[in-house]
Ligand binder design. Sequence first.
Ligand SMILES: *[C@@H]1O[C@H](CO)[C@@H](O)[C@H](O)[C@H]1NC(C)=O
Ligand SMILES: *[C@@H]1O[C@H](CO)[C@@H](O)[C@H](O)[C@H]1NC(C)=O
Ligand SMILES: *[C@@H]1O[C@H](CO)[C@@H](O)[C@H](O)[C@H]1NC(C)=O
Ligand SMILES: *[C@@H]1O[C@H](CO)[C@@H](O)[C@H](O)[C@H]1NC(C)=O
Ligand SMILES: *[C@@H]1O[C@H](CO)[C@@H](O)[C@H](O)[C@H]1NC(C)=O
Ligand SMILES: *[C@@H]1O[C@H](CO)[C@@H](O)[C@H](O)[C@H]1NC(C)=O
Ligand SMILES: *[C@@H]1O[C@H](CO)[C@@H](O)[C@H](O)[C@H]1NC(C)=O
Length: 823
Amino acid sequence: MILRYVVLISSAIIAWSVLYIAQMHNTLISPVALQEKAVGDDTISIDEQVEKLLQSMTLAQKVGQMTQIDVSDVLYGKSRDPVLAINRARVAVYAKLGIGSYFNSPFDATIHPHGRTGWTATEWRMFLGSIQAIYKEHNAIPFIYGIDTTHGANYVQNATIFPQPLATASTFNPELAHAMGRIEAKDSIAAGIPWIFSPVLGIAMQPKWSRVYETFGEDPYLVSQMGVAVIRGIQSLNLSAACMKHFIGYSNPTSGNDRADSVITDFELLNYYAPPFIAAVRDGNVLSAMETYTSVNGDPVVQSRKLLVDLLRNDIQFDGLLVSDDDEIHRLVAEHHVARNELEALEMVMNHTSLDMNMVSEKHRSTSLLSKLINASHIPTSRLDDSVRRILKLKASLGLLPTSESEAAKHATITSNHLTSVGSQEDLQLAQTTADESIILLKNKMQEPIDAVNPKLVLPIIDPNSKIFITGPLAHNKAYLCGGWTVYWQGTDDSDQIPHGLTIKEALEARFKNVVHHEGVDIDGYADGEVRAPIADEEENILTLSAKYNTSLARAAAADYTIVVVGEAPYAEKSGDIDDLTLPQGQLDYITTLSSVKSTNVIVVIIAGRPRLLAKSLANVQAVLLSFLPCEAGGEAIAKVIAGDVNPSGRLPLTYPSSTGHIHVPYFHRMNIACKESFSECPVEWPFGSGLSYTTFKYDNLTLSEWRVNKENGTLGVQVAVTNTGTRAGKEVVMLFVSQKVRHFSVPETKMLRRFKKIDLPPGGVEIVHFELTSEDWSYYAPQIGNGFQSVAEEGLFHVLIKHDTTCNSVKKNSMCAHFHVV
Ligand SMILES: *[C@@H]1O[C@H](CO)[C@@H](O)[C@H](O)[C@H]1NC(C)=O
Ligand SMILES: *[C@@H]1O[C@H](CO)[C@@H](O)[C@H](O)[C@H]1NC(C)=O
Ligand SMILES: *[C@@H]1O[C@H](CO)[C@@H](O)[C@H](O)[C@H]1NC(C)=O
Ligand SMILES: *[C@@H]1O[C@H](CO)[C@@H](O)[C@H](O)[C@H]1NC(C)=O
Ligand SMILES: *[C@@H]1O[C@H](CO)[C@@H](O)[C@H](O)[C@H]1NC(C)=O
Ligand SMILES: *[C@@H]1O[C@H](CO)[C@@H](O)[C@H](O)[C@H]1NC(C)=O
Ligand SMILES: *[C@@H]1O[C@H](CO)[C@@H](O)[C@H](O)[C@H]1NC(C)=O
C-alpha cells in the first residue's frame, strides 16, 4: 500500500519534471501553428503533414502521444456533469505532456449520479469538445478518443443497440453486419468519438469463455466475412477507425476462464486464428488493432516479437496503429511474471514489439516510465518515431489534425450533422431486421394433441385467440436480452435503462389477446418464495417439484402454449467466468416440470451469450428457439417468429455441445477425433449451421465446372439449385464446405466452410446458386511464422459438400457431395 503510494507520487514528480524540462527548452511547439503554415498548400499529403509534425515534437510529446488514459482520470470524483466534472487542471497537465488518447465510458452501475445512465451524443460531444479546447489552449496535438463498442454505440444514450455480434453472425447476412458497423460509427461520430474498439475477430473455440457473444462464432470464414463487413461499415464514413481485436489467441483460454493462457500450435494459429485478421487487413483495410492480455504457449502477447512483429506486421502486413489492452505493462509484472518491475516490462515491450499505444488505467505512470527509459538511452528515438508516425497518420486520416480553422469547422459540421439521426427510425429498423434474422429455430414438433386429419407444427402460432402462458426469468426483462457492454460495461438488469424496444411478454401481448405472465423461476433457478439460505435445503428437499412450481403448473395447464424463456443474466469479461456450461438446475427443472403438463405445448426460448447446456430438459418440449442476445429489438423479433410474422432464418454460428465433456470440438475438428466409445462423430446438441424454417427447401443438381483443377491457378465453379418447396416465403443460407480426403502434412479437418450465400425465395421459387472456388480454398498455410504466408496445395481428392449436415463417404452416396482432383 505504502509502496504503491510512493510509486504514484514519484511518477507524478517525474511527470512534472518531464514537463518542466520541456518548458525550459521552450520546445512545446504548437501543432496548430505549425499546421497553419501548410494553409494554402493544397498538395500537402498526410505523410508530409505527419512528417512535419513529427519533426517538431519533443521527446516528451512523443512519449505522450503513445499513452492512452482512462477518462475517469480527468473527472472529479463521481460527478458526471459533462462540463463541470472535468478536472481542467489535470487535463492541462496531460495536454502539456501531449497525452495522445483517452478511452472508456466513465459510467458504471455504481456511478450514475442524478439517475443518469450515461451521456447523450450531445453531452459526449460537449464533454470531449471541452477537453479538446483545453488541448488547444496549450497548443497540444488533438487527442483521439477510443471506446468499447460491441453492438451499436452502446455507451451513447438513446443510440440504436444491435444484437450482439454472435447473434448478428447467426443471420449469416454480412449486409446486416455492415449496417451495424456503419450505425455504431455514425452514432459515435455524432458523440465526437472517432475510434471504435470493434470487431472481435477471435474464433469462438471455448464455449465457456465469457466473451463468446462478442465473437462471430467458431468458423474462420464466417468470422472473416462478418468481421470485414463490420470494419467496412465502421470506416465507410471516412470519419472513424475500426480496431480489430484481440490479436491473437485470446478466444481459446485453456481453462475456459477469461484471460487464461492458451496453448495453440503454429498450424492452428495460421490456419484458424489468423484468417479473420488477414481478411481485415487485406479486404477491410482496418486502421487499427488491439493485442491481447493473454499468453500463447507461454509467450505473453504484449511483448511477443513473434506474434506482434513477425506475424502481425511482417506476415499479415498490418501497418496501422497497434494499441495494448488495459494496463498490460503492469500485468507483465503482476500476472505474467516475466518482468521484475514495470520499467523492465516496458523496456521488453519497446524492445520486442512495435506496440504504438499503451492503454493505462492509472494515471500517466508509464509515460514517466517511458521518459526514464529514453533518458537511460535504452530505447532509440527511431522506435518512438515509428509509433508516433502511425498514431499521427491515423489522426490525420480521420480529420482530427485540421490544417486550418476552416477545415476544423468543416469537420465539426460534418460530424455534428450525425446528431439528428441517433436512434432514428431507420436505424432502429435495421437493428430490428438483424434481430429478426438472428433468431434460430432448432426444434419444431407436431402440435399436441395431434390432429389426425390436419396435423400441424407447434410454431408458428397462427390463432390470435390462442391462450398463451409466458414464463421464465427472461420473459419480461429487456435488459437480459442485451448482455454486457450495454449502457454499462457489465450490462444492467434494469429494462428501463434500455432505450428502445419491448420485452418478449410485451411484444406477445401486442399480437395475442390471451397472454398470461408469471416469472416462475428467477435467473438463478429459484422458484417463487424459495428460500436461498443453506438452512432451507432440508425443507426444499421435501418440497416436490410440482408443489414448488404450483402457480406455473396451473397456468400452463390452462394454456394452449407455454413459452418458457431461460438463459443468462448479463456479464462481461471475467465476471462471466463459469464452472459449468449447464444452466442452473432450477431453470432446467422448471422446463422439465412444465413439459410434463400434457394439455399444453411447451416452447423453450434460450437467450444466452454462449451455448449453455440444457441437459435432458428439452426431451419433452415441442419447440426450441435460440438467440445469442438480440438486445432491444429482440422481444419484438421473438414474438414475430412465434406469431409467424417472420419466418426464422438464423443459423448456428458455432457447434452447440451436448455435454461439458465435449466442449472442445468445433465442427471442423480433425478427422481422427476420438469420442468416448468409438472413432465416430462426437455427439453434439446441434451442429454448426443448424436452423429450421417454416418452409422447406430442396437442393438439386449440384454440379462442378471441372473434375480436375490445377493446384496453383485452377478455379472451380460450383452450382446448385435451391427450391422453396413449402407454402411460405423464406430465407435460406446456402453453405458450401470443402473437405480434403488425405493431407500428408497433417490430419485434415473433417470439412471447412468456404462460401455461403443467404437467399430469399417465394413459395415455389427456384434459385441457381453459383460459387467460385480458387486455390486458397484447397490450400493450407505451412506453419512458418515470420516468413510470409506459404500457401500449400497438396494433390489429391477433395469433396465439395453443400448443406451443414452433409458428410461424404464412399459407403453411402449423397447427392450433396461432389468430388474433384487437385493436380
Ligand atoms: C430517448 O428516446 C426516447 C424515446 O424515443 C425519448 O423519449 C427520450 O426523450 C430520449 N432521451 C434523450 C435524452 O434524448
Ligand atoms: C470515403 O472515401 C472513399 C475513398 O476516398 C470514397 O470513395 C468514399 O466516397 C468516401 N465516403 C464518404 C462517405 O465520404
Ligand atoms: C532492450 O534493449 C536495450 C538496447 O539493446 C538493452 O540494453 C536492454 O537490456 C533491453 N532490455 C530488455 C528488457 O530486453
Ligand atoms: C531525464 O534526464 C534529465 C537530464 O538529463 C533529468 O533532468 C530528468 O529528470 C530525466 N527524466 C527522467 C524521467 O528520468
Ligand atoms: C397448488 O396449490 C393449491 C392451493 O394451495 C392446491 O390445491 C393444489 O393441489 C396445489 N397443486 C399442486 C400441483 O401442488
Ligand atoms: C435439375 O436438372 C434437371 C435435368 O437437367 C432438370 O430437369 C431440373 O429442372 C433441374 N432442377 C432444378 C431445380 O433446376
Ligand atoms: C496454370 O499453371 C500451369 C503450370 O503449373 C500452366 O501450365 C497453365 O497454363 C496455367 N494456367 C493458367 C490458366 O494460367
